[in-house]
Design a protein around this ligand. Structure first.
Ligand code: ADP
Ligand code: ADP
Ligand code: MG
Length: 668
């Protein structure tokens, strides 16, 4: 076995590889970019070497630098993880030319499968069914159109060099063909530097089922059963499972035999996956699956296979790369139970799943599940790489049991600081079509509305947000009630960039009346507050008890206060406009608003004589190339404005004077 290996990757997969290597007594060398200086994989490895700037091309994709680092640190082998250089045959050849071992297949095998057209040709010659279509070399647009018309519609245009769903277009009618071809070619050239495409019949009601294969250098190949990855968005997997629901022994044999045939046809060694598209109208059939492509690496979703077989695929990879035979024979491999994996991302489902960067103020994973992650609390999701936070993996006796466990695991996953897809994942895991195992790859798109939380926060969610944002002395409800005793408090929330001021009236009997419109007399909701701590709110509504998790933090940049609320499956992050600015003021004299730093006044919102509520924006100051909004430190009336737009002001200058509003004072 190797004494030391280098891991040419980052994030969860780098940590995953370190875990197995360490368990085997193999030392690890981590490489990292500027952005990853404090990353978990850097801390966990035996040795860590900085290799370049944050952009992947300057670090994780710099093959020469990585090979030199391996030589310098006396690593004997390189594990590429997935993505980055993992499927780059030139990199594999360079690793070997440097006298190092590549933990993965040969460069020939990667090359044979690297382009989808050549791969289909090769695999079809080996006697494996491939998706019907055109995968020849003639790329003349009018010729391709003829082929398309012959095949009929709907069809898919695919970049032969494609991956990650890029360069793929669905064409439903002949009139759309030319435009789709042009855009597929454009995207393919931009992403892969190759504009060649293939045409494929679009399999309707498709399921994505793939077979994990493993070969050693002694000519043995085994299959490690199948995974169903039909839950996809933009052709990217979201939740994966093993085994595939509804799979009969007969179809399983046919598919796994085909996969082994495909792997043997290219003398495949190490871990690989044969992806099939399956006719999902009814249960899988022996004549209803077709080869799509082969991924010549360890896959993101490999943990579900590990779970049902009780094996460690990274350990297998290291052993096989070191020349050992496969640890188990086909007959030793029996599947047990059912496993699910959900990919947790820092992204905003409500904003079209836009990836979001941000600091993970709080990161809490559930017990009783496997979590593969590359980040820890306090880390930042940077805009440079994939925004994956973690993979959450469960194993159950049955599929039903696994679904229940995944639901629990997602319920108890608390990520604070960035939006995530956790509620979306939970909704997907509970969607009846998935629960009843009737999903096809179109499920997410078709059911998107049902899977997304309401964009407008409901009344009780807003109330929880306001409660969290109010500063609780000693975080105790009793103390708070003593303090507020029948007081009225206003909280301004930023709701989709509209400031909305809510009013909360506290009664001595622990009831809280919530007015979504601060001026309305009738409360929209009344609750009884049982307990409020810095991370939990317990209350009753109509005699029923509820618990919500809460977390509050400030953005140093904008001065905004954030409240994260989680109740059941719903999570919501509320922003209170510039609470920090008002807090720093309120520490001293709350009758004056001072410039917190030297800068230029850009906007003056305040109007002389106007009543303002705590948190209302008064002045916008530009300093350090950033705009800071200064807000009212408390409720009151503007007495004097001592600044105007474009004024240069210095740290500590008085900008606004406030006086106490009589009416408000009497209610305290
Ligand atoms: P899977 O999720 O089944 O392992 P994907 O094709 O979704 O396979 O890709 C896995 C990882 O590889 C992802 O991080 C993805 O961003 C990356 N990836 C996929 N294709 C490419 C490519 N052509 N170039 C660079 N990275 C890729
Ligand atoms: P990539 O290299 O981007 O992963 P694939 O060829 O594996 O490309 O296809 C990605 C996804 O697109 C599949 O998982 C499947 O959901 C869908 N898909 C691909 N080919 C077909 C097809 N012929 N019919 C229907 N869906 C398809
Ligand atoms: Mg694929």
């Amino acid at each position: 076995m190797f004494k030391r290996i280098l891991i040419a990757n980052r994030g969860e997969i780098a940590c995953r590889i370190i875990r197995s290597a360490s368990a085997m007594g193999v030392e690890t060398v981590a490489v990292y970019s500027d952005a990853d200086k404090h990353a978990l994989h850097v801390k966990q490895a035996t040795v860590a070497v900085h290799i370049g700037e944050s952009a992947a091309t300057a670090s994780y994709l710099d093959g020469q630098k990585i090979i030199q680092t391996a030589l310098d640190t006396h690593a004997e082998a390189i594990h590429p993880g997935y993505g980055f250089l993992s499927e780059n045959p030139e990199f594999v050849a360079a690793v070997q030319a440097a006298g190092l071992v590549f933990i993965g297949p040969s460069s020939d095998a990667i090359r044979a499968m690297g382009l989808k057209d050549a791969a289909k040709q090769r695999i079809s010659e080996a006697g494996v069914p491939v998706v019907p279509g055109y995968h020849g070399s003639n790329q003349d647009p009018s010729f391709l159109k003829q082929e398309a018309d012959k095949m009929g519609y709907p069809l898919l245009i695919k970049a032969r060099a494609g991956g990650g769903g890029k360069g793929m277009r669905l064409v439903s009618a002949p009139t759309e063909f030319q435009e789709s071809l042009d855009s597929a070619v454009r995207e393919s050239i931009a992403s892969f530097g190759d504009g060649a495409v293939l045409l494929e019949k679009f399999i309707e009601s498709p399921r994505h089922i793939e077979v994990q294969v493993f070969g050693d250098s002694h000519g043995q190949v085994v299959h490690l059963f199948e995974r169903d990855c039909s839950l996809q968005r933009r052709h990217q997997k979201v939740i994966e499972e093993a085994p595939a629901p509804g799979m009969s022994d007969e179809v399983r044999s046919a598919m796994t035999e085909a996969a082994i045939k495909a792997a043997k046809a290219i003398n495949y060694t190490n871990a690989g996956t044969i992806e099939f598209i399956v006719d999902g109208k009814g249960p899988p059939r022996v004549d209803g699956f077709w080869f799509m492509e082969m991924n010549t690496r360890l896959q993101v979703e490999h943990p579900v296979t590990e779970s049902i077989l009780g094996i460690d695929l990274v350990e297998w990879q290291l052993k096989v790369a070191a020349g050992e035979p496969l640890p188990l024979q086909q007959s030793d491999l029996t599947l047990q139970g059912h496993s699910l994996e959900a990919r947790l991302y820092a992204e905003d489902p409500a904003a079209g799943f836009l990836p979001v960067a941000g600091k993970l103020h709080k990161l809490n994973f559930a017990q009783h599940c496997r979590v593969d992650t590359g980040v820890e609390e306090g880390d930042t999701i940077t805009p440079f790489y994939d925004p994956m936070i973690a993979k959450i993996i469960v194993h159950g006796r049955t599929r039903e049991d696994a679904i229940k466990k995944l639901n629990d695991a997602l319920q108890n996953t608390h990520v604070v600081g960035t939006e995530t897809n956790v509620s979306f994942l939970a909704a997907l895991n509970q969607h009846s079509t998935f629960v009843n195992a009737q999903m096809t790859t179109g499920l997410i798109d078709e059911q998107l509305d049902a899977l997304l939380p309401d964009s407008e926060p409901q009344v009780h969610e807003r109330l929880l947000g306001c409660l969290a944002l109010l500063k609780w002395p000693e975080n105790s409800a009793q103390r708070a009630f003593r303090l507020f005793g029948s007081a009225s408090k206003r909280v301004t929330l930023n709701l989709n960039n509209v400031a909305q001021t809510h009013r909360l009236v506290f009664e001595s009997d622990k009831s809280v009346h919530f007015h979504t419109d601060e001026h309305s007399d009738e409360p929209d909701l009344t609750i009884t507050l049982d307990e409020i701590t810095s991370n939990q709110i317990r209350y009753q509504e109509n005699g029923q008890s509820f618990v919500a998790h809460a977390f509050v933090w400030h953005s140093m940049q904008s001065g905004d206060a954030y409240a994260w609320i989680k109740q059941g499956q719903l999570t919501r992050t509320f922003i209170s406009a510039n609470a920090l600015a008002s807090e720093s003021q309120s520490a001293g004299d709350t009758n004056r608003v001072l410039a917190p730093m030297t800068g230029v006044i850009r906007v003056v919102h305040a109007k002389s004589g106007a009543s303002v509520s705590e948190g209302d924006p008064l002045v916008v100051l530009e300093a350090m190339k950033m705009e800071t909004t200064l807000t009212a430190p408390r409720d009151g009336v503007i007495e004097a404005i001592q600044c105007a737009p474009e004024d240069s002001v210095s740290d500590g200058d008085v900008l606004i004077q406030l006086v106490v509003d009589d009416e408000d004072a009497s209610s305290q």
